[in-house]
Design a protein around this ligand. Structure first.
Ligand code: GLC
Length: 786
């Protein structure tokens, strides 16, 4: 029984694969495969690119961001020797000639199956758990009754450094290719790496890896120069080498460096043949040859593929959600966590945004996903990494490049506060206060405890305030695009006031915190609450910001950008608004911002660039932050709804931008039904309700949290796990397995039978506490009837 069919595909029975049945999806429907260092993205057409450690600064293969043509990748060709016919087993680059096509995107692998006439092929791509390479396992099957003489060609273009290498004539002169006869491996090196480092090695530095491309069978030959392979004016659609069945065996320097291996084989009728190809970037030549050698053994390839599948199954298997809603179950039991980890924490890149850097606030928030999977040590790892990118004065890098270790000192008002924000979540999930004493270096030297790192962030945020006590927005806050509002240092942010208020209260409530600090934080929080309510209430909602010249943004007097979502949702989440204002603010959000496909970030959209607002106003109306549904922020609206209006309201809103639900009309929605988009077009967009920027930061980890906390009401608190049990209409029950403090909480929430009193039972005993008991054993059974 497969699930949630639409025109282009469906989820597998166990939900862990999305199966695409035709290549012409409305946009590329991709997968991100990464082991945390090496990675690749692959589309349903077989296109994509590969990297090591940093998808932009250390790209292995060339790729051009053209989502319509989607015609750059690492490709295979099959050529029938007797008829000279050729085709590719993936849709690109040869396209139309296939008789059957099916793509299975799984957790950690992608399989592309196709058939042309009587030749079937199955291509499985994955990244081994701890090797800097990828493997393509090609399985060919002769379904006919005649022997088939075949040539298999591979094709990829070496980049070996910072992408895009648009000045190819320059870059190619630094690359050298070599064919290692004995091992049958193509090697490629580059003696220039344009890594943005400050020392004299800048533009004077070799790419320190050795790229390799190999096959499990000894190649009949190879090409290493684009001109030899494609031919003058040739294209990947009809490469000269494949058309003619001839190759040059020429490698060296000065060519336009590519990698192409050729294998020759004869398949008897009914015969199946498996070949494993590898592509990677090793630390040195020795490792390159060793890895190439290792994956010649297809038994090893199968074992490693299995290990990858188990790795993901174990990782996501700690959280189990069963509800009457199949779309919700599919996302909760794998895809959201997979997107957050593979896409955002490991790869940090995809098709719409090709990245590789760390965003200070981005990966911190993404790392909250580990807490929902019972792996808090991974969140702490992320906290430590980000704290090490804070300066001694408390300010942090807005983003930084791994490998180069360079970044941008942040002028955004909020960045630094995400450090205490995520630390607080970690503390609530674990109760591990010893983390606050861990010594972590500063980016500019010296070190201090994690507590001190957090307190320095608070100090900066508390200092940066306007004369009337509201936080300054500076070059932007969570909303990067508001980058002109307060660039001169006078504009204010109401969202920042909510955010800071929330954090001050939460920090002050930590047991064992210094009582002076706690008292001061409480006073400051109170002062902020008063300032916001005195100055920023706009009649029916909170305005969002004030500009350097004192104009209001997100106010009833604004012609465009009249109301902003974050200023309302966070008024609720932070406790800044009293009940009446909270209700009025959210009622205004509902009236002006909620759409059938999710809550808009602001409305109406800006139709003209507004130099006082910033680049947000320069996006096409309805696009991204300019009046689209920005899924990251939409998740906060789900949490605010829960707080104010209960589970039904939260669930309705959650479902309004749920990808498998919206994807029921895939030609309209366009995005992958199995992952979150960053944004969805608003009413003023060319296509309202169309998804964009899939696999993007923020949305997946928060959407999972909005589901667990907002819809299912399960919250990890210092005191213990709290379940605000409530059932949306039509649900008789739901069941969740959740790891908390090393123990498995098996929670069933069900509707009380007629005449039965609502009650909570823990391991068979009635329980009346607000928090479930802390674990004493491996598992705890909880049954709540409501
Ligand atoms: C992007 C940025 C993120 C920011 C958001 C809203 O997602 O990566 O840091 O908070 O946009 O502007």
């Amino acid at each position: 029984m497969d699930q949630l069919h639409n025109t282009y595909g469906y989820f597998s029975d166990d939900g862990h694969e999305y199966i695409i049945t035709r290549p012409d999806t409305p946009m590329p429907w991709i997968n991100v495969l990464s082991n945390g260092d090496y990675g690749l993205v692959i589309s349903q057409a077989g296109s994509g690119y590969s990297w090591r450690t940093h998808a932009s600064l250390n790209r292995i293969t060339r790729w051009e961001q053209d989502l319509i043509r989607d015609e750059w990748g690492k490709y295979l060709y099959l050529r029938d020797i007797s008829s000279s016919e050729f085709w590719s087993p993936t849709w690109q680059p040869c396209g139309e000639s296939l008789d059957q096509y099916r793509v299975r995107h799984g957790l950690g692998y992608t399989v592309i199956e196709s058939r042309r006439g009587t030749l079937g092929s199955q291509l499985t791509c994955f990244v081994p758990l701890d090797a800097p390479c990828e493997v393509w396992l090609l399985r060919l099957e002769n379904l006919g009754d005649q022997p088939r003489g075949l040539q298999v060609f591979t094709y990829l273009e070496w980049l070996l450094g910072a992408a895009p290498d648009w000045h190819r004539e320059f870059h190619r002169t630094f690359i050298e290719t070599q064919f290692h006869q004995e091992h049958g491996v193509l090697l490629a090196t580059k003696v220039l790496w344009e890594l943005p480092v400050q020392s004299k090695t800048h533009w004077n530095h070799s790419w320190p890896y050795v790229a390799f491309h190999s096959a499990s069978e000894t190649p009949a030959g190879f090409d290493a120069d684009k001109r030899d392979f494609l031919g003058r004016h040739g294209t990947p659609h009809r490469p000269q080498a494949v058309v003619s069945g001839r190759w040059s065996n020429r490698a060296g320097r000065w060519g336009d460096a590519i990698g192409s291996l050729v294998l020759e084989m004869t398949l008897a009728p009914g015969e199946t043949r498996e070949i494993a190809f590898t592509l990677g970037a090793a630390d040195d030549r020795e490792q390159a040859l060793a890895l190439a050698q290792k994956y010649r053994d297809t038994a090893i390839v199968y074992a490693e593929l299995q290990a990858v599948r188990e790795y993901w199954r174990n990782l996501i298997g700690t959280l189990k959600v069963e509800t009457p809603d199949p779309a919700l179950n599919l996302l909760a039991n794998g895809w959201l966590a997979y997107q957050a980890i593979a896409g955002r924490l490991y790869g940090r890149t995809a098709y719409y945004q090709t990245g590789g850097a760390y965003g200070f606030r981005d990966q911190l928030q993404d790392s909250l996903v580990w807490l929902l999977l019972g792996r808090p040590e991974k969140t702490l790892e992320q906290i430590r990494l980000h704290a090490a990118h804070q300066y001694q004065d408390g300010i942090v890098l807005h983003w930084w490049h791994p490998l180069a270790e360079t970044g941008m000192r942040s002028d955004y008002s909020d960045d630094l506060l995400w450090l205490p924000f995520v630390t607080l979540y970690y503390l609530h999930a674990t109760g591990d206060f010893s983390c606050l004493e861990q010594e972590i270096p500063f980016y500019d030297g010296g070190s201090a405890s994690l507590r001190e790192h957090c307190l320095r962030a608070f100090e900066v945020a508390l200092r940066r305030r306007s004369p009337r006590g509201l936080p300054l927005i500076l070059k932007g806050d969570w909303n990067d695009g508001l980058n002109a509002v307060g660039a001169e240092g006078r504009g204010e942010s109401v969202w920042m006031a909510h955010f800071l208020h929330y954090l001050l209260c939460a920090w002050a409530a930590l047991p064992g915190e210094d009582s002076n600090t706690a008292a001061r934080f409480r006073r400051e929080a109170e002062a902020l609450r008063e300032a916001v309510n005195q100055h920023a209430w706009d009649g029916a909602w909170y305005w969002r910001a004030s500009t350097d010249t004192g104009l209001l943004v997100g106010s009833q007097h604004s012609l465009e950008g009249r109301i902003f979502l974050n200023a309302q949702t966070w008024a609720v989440l932070s406790g800044v608004a009293d009940d009446q204002r909270a209700r009025q603010a959210m009622a205004s959000a509902r009236t002006h911002l909620y759409s059938p496909y999710g809550p808009l970030l602001l409305a109406p959209a800006y139709t003209q660039p507004d130099p006082e607002i910033g680049y947000l106003s320069r996006y096409a109306p309805g696009t991204r932050e300019n009046g689209g549904v920005y899924c990251h922020a939409a998740c906060w609206a789900v949490l605010a709804e829960r707080r104010l209006n209960g589970a039904q309201a939260a669930y309705d809103l959650w479902r309004s931008f749920c990808p498998p639900v919206r994807g029921a009309d895939p030609d309209h929605y366009a995005g992958e039904p199995y992952v979150m988009p960053g944004n969805i077009g608003g009413p003023q967009a060319a296509v309202p309700g169309q998804a964009g920027w899939t696999w993007y930061t923020g949305s997946a980890a928060w959407y999972l949290r909005a589901l667990i906390e907002g819809v299912l009401g399960i919250e990890a608190r210092l005191e213990g796990l709290r379940v605000h049990a409530a059932l949306p209409d039509g649900w008789e029950q739901y069941h969740v397995q959740y790891r908390f403090r090393g123990s498995l909480y098996d929670i069933t929430v069900r509707r009380a039978a007629a005449g039965e009193r609502p009650a909570c039972q823990v391991d068979g005993q009635f329980w009346t506490g607000e928090y479930l008991p802390l674990p004493t054993g491996d598992s705890i059974h909880v049954v709540i009837s409501v």
